[in-house]
Ligand binder design. Structure first.
Ligand SMILES: Cc1cc2nc3c(=O)[nH]c(=O)nc-3n(C[C@H](O)[C@H](O)[C@H](O)COP(=O)(O)O)c2cc1C
Length: 334
């Protein structure tokens, strides 16, 4: 089966095509440090057999947290806990990536400035953000770079930039949330500058696999659809290894997701020669094999299925007569 075929990106070998999607667990405290919960939750999914665990959105600034219970990487004090977490996933036979993030106007933390490219709130339930100055933009770009330096010190195999779901990078990309008139706003080539400069800075300190998560479709008129999203990616593709394809979250809209609803977006990137991760409501081996064998993506991400069943990949291996892939201590369970 295609799902169990290894693949190499730069120096990193992935033992299969299954990726645990980043999911905020809101189990830290106000310090943003790794807690006992994380040291059980993440390695369990690695023992369960995914090749790569991408940990939840981890904020490069304290004001960039979605909640006060997010993980953080804005200080050197975060490195030690993250290193323990990295070791725990490696011991479980998995690779581990970190999703570097900044929530911008979707931050929900008391006593911190809420910022965005333009002073437009997400909804009337949210604080109106302060428009970032050029100097402040440069500072946040450096915070992403410092986050990458710390991630490297902690031993992560992969860095992913959170450019999706309406968080700060996405707020710069989308014309719905970026109404600036300077070099960071206006035409698409300007709106991509924030992400592009983050990538350029991260690349100075990180030569491992770099992923970018994108919202390929914003489900709103005047927002990005797949055509614009592909144009954005063309601007950064030479410095990025993998596009992790998601959608939505930029503005409040209601849409009805269905199994595999984002796969067609991923397939557009893949057909242009990029390495894409597809997913969204994927729960069966048949769906996964279909995506991979039809070359719609090189990887498949699993989110909520892994919250219900961390051992999903082992069960898939068993069903495929690949008992050799079941780790020794669990052999008698199959
Ligand atoms: C509890 C929860 C937390 C999430 N947190 C993040 C996150 O930190 N970063 C991110 O990019 N996506 C996040 N997502 C979105 C998931 O990564 C994934 O794209 C989404 O759940 C759809 O995939 P699924 O149907 O396999 O769950 C989160 C989803 C859930 C359910």
């Amino acid at each position: 089966m295609k799902v169990f075929e290894p693949i190499q990106i730069r120096d990193v070998v992935f033992k299969n095509r299954l990726v645990m999607a980043p999911m905020c667990m809101y189990q830290s405290d106000n310090s943003g440090t790794v807690q006992p919960f994380h040291l059980v939750h993440y390695p369990t999914r690695a023992y369960g057999g995914v090749s790569l665990v991408i940990i939840e959105a981890t904020s490069v600034e304290s004001r960039g947290r979605i909640s006060v219970n997010d993980l953080g990487i804005w200080s050197d004090q975060h490195i030690e806990g993250l290193r323990t977490l990295v070791d725990s996933v490696h011991q479980a036979g998995g690779l581990i990536g970190i999703q570097l993030a900044h929530a911008g106007r979707k931050a929900n933390v008391k006593d911190e400035a809420i910022v965005s490219p333009s002073a437009i709130p997400f909804s009337d339930q949210y604080v109106c953000p302060k428009e970032l100055s050029i100097l402040e933009i440069q500072t946040i770009i450096q915070s992403f770079k410092e986050g990458a330096i710390r991630a490297k010190k902690a031993g992560f195999d992969i860095i992913e930039l959170h450019g999706a779901h309406g968080y700060l990078i996405n707020q710069f990309l989308s014309p719905l949330t970026n109404q600036r008139a300077d070099d960071f706003g206006g035409p698409l080539e300007h709106r991509v500058q924030f992400l592009k400069q983050i990538i350029q800075e991260v690349r100075r300190v990180w030569d491992g696999p770099l992923f970018v998560r994108v919202s390929a479709e914003e489900y709103a008129s005047g927002g990005h659809h797949i055509e614009e999203s592909l144009r954005v990616y063309e601007q950064i593709a030479s410095l990025v290894d993998v596009v992790h394809v998601s959608s939505g979250g930029v503005v409040p809209v209601s849409m009805k997701p269905f199994p595999g609803y984002q796969v067609e977006f991923a397939s557009k990137y893949q057909s242009l020669g990029h390495i894409a991760i597809a997913g969204g409501l994927i729960t069966t081996g048949e769906q996964i094999e279909d995506i991979l064998s039809s070359k719609q993506a090189s990887f498949v991400f699993l989110g909520r299925e892994l919250l219900r069943n961390p051992y999903f990949p082992l069960q898939l291996a068993f069903k495929a007569n690949r008992k050799d892939l079941i780790i020794k201590p669990y052999e008698r369970g199959f």
